[in-house]
Ligand binder design. Structure first.
Ligand SMILES: [Zn+2]
Length: 251
């Protein structure tokens, strides 16, 4: 199976899975790039996977369904127009012969789910390269727990998030930890990739704990910086996480 990025809007990736003449898509916010790719490659759409209800993730579902009546798997706790298969933690979804386990990863939205089929993870707007999603509907504790759940997956996991936010996330990571060599190295590597118009996604989970400040809330240097920004002592990793997320919102 191949996984292809279809760029959409300003910085979204719609992930297209293909195997033989069949294809599936994850978070089709726009139908146009999907339909164009399917036509150009002579592929038939087999399934749609949705991680959460935001328009840039589901906006193309209705038009795709007008072209092909296919199963739409999505978060049971959210209202997804066209959804045929609501899923939640522990469910299994088989797409193009590959089985994915559903993970509940709330925080960005209330019912956000991820799909994990080793070594592939589709995690929507929860974990980004060197960053994480904003908290729109959940709590800091929820998003923190969701990120820790994802970070506990095997190190060889390939993370397919849905935005190309890596360089701006790394600029924030460098502000949090100016002396973190893993951050500087990742900035150099990511600038090179973006300079060649190459996606920085997917990325390997193994290095994430070294350069993603939101997974480094137990590091002394990170705690200190978060406390300075928050103007108060922070007692727990969740408090540090919440302070970092607040800081990043205005960064
Ligand atoms: Zn979103």
């Amino acid at each position: 199976m191949q996984i292809i990025p279809l760029p959409a809007f300003r910085d979204n990736y719609i992930w297209l899975l293909r195997d033989g003449s069949r294809a599936a898509v994850v978070d089709p916010g726009d139908a146009a790039p999907v339909l164009a790719y399917l036509a150009a490659e002579g592929l038939t759409l087999d399934a749609i996977l949705i991680t959460h209800h935001h328009a840039d993730h589901i906006g193309g579902v209705a038009e795709l369904l007008a072209h092909a009546s296919v199963p739409v798997h999505g978060p049971a706790r959210e209202n997804i127009p066209g959804m045929t298969h609501p899923v939640s933690e522990g469910d299994a979804v088989t797409v193009l012969g590959k089985t994915f386990r559903v993970l509940d990863i709330p925080g960005h939205t209330g019912g956000h789910v991820g799909y994990y089929g080793a070594p592939v993870l589709f995690c929507g707007d929860t974990l980004f390269a060197a960053g994480c999603g904003r908290i729109f509907e959940g709590t800091p504790a929820q998003l923190f727990a969701s990120l820790e759940k994802l970070a506990a997956l095997p190190g060889d996991t390939q993370v397919y998030c849905t935005h190309e936010y890596t360089l701006s996330n790394l600029a924030f990571a460098a502000a949090v930890e100016p002396d973190n060599a893993a951050v500087s190295e990742r900035i150099a590597l990511s600038q090179k990739l973006r300079g060649n118009n190459t996606p920085t996604v997917p990325f390997r989970l193994a290095g994430e704990r070294n350069s993603n400040p939101f997974l480094r809330t137990r590091e002394t240097a990170v705690i200190r910086q978060a406390e300075i920004r928050a103007g108060q002592a922070l007692e727990t990793p969740v408090e540090v996480f919440a302070a970092l997320r607040e800081w990043k919102n205005g960064f």
